[in-house]
Design a protein. Structure first.
Length: 76
């Protein structure tokens, strides 16, 4: 099953990721976006959602890239 680009990742980048990378991006971005409290220290103030979305996006991007790189190493 091909993952949908529902968060509008740049099309050139989206094509670089296999289905696993796309699933990792979508899943992590959505999970982090909805669960800021699980990723921040309990004494940290709540980060505005707009800012937190950027943090979640960056983490999801990095995770998808790590999947791509690990898959590439396996096939080489």
């Amino acid at each position: 099953m091909t993952e949908d680009n529902k968060h509008e990742v740049n099309k050139k980048q989206w094509k670089k990721w296999d289905d696993t990378g796309k699933e990792v991006f979508n899943g992590l971005y959505e999970y982090m976006g909805e669960n800021q409290h699980l990723f921040n220290h309990p004494m940290t103030i709540i980060i505005p959602q707009e800012y937190w979305n950027t943090t979640a996006w960056n983490a999801a991007w990095i995770a998808a890239e790590l999947v791509r790189k690990s898959t590439k190493e396996i096939t080489e």
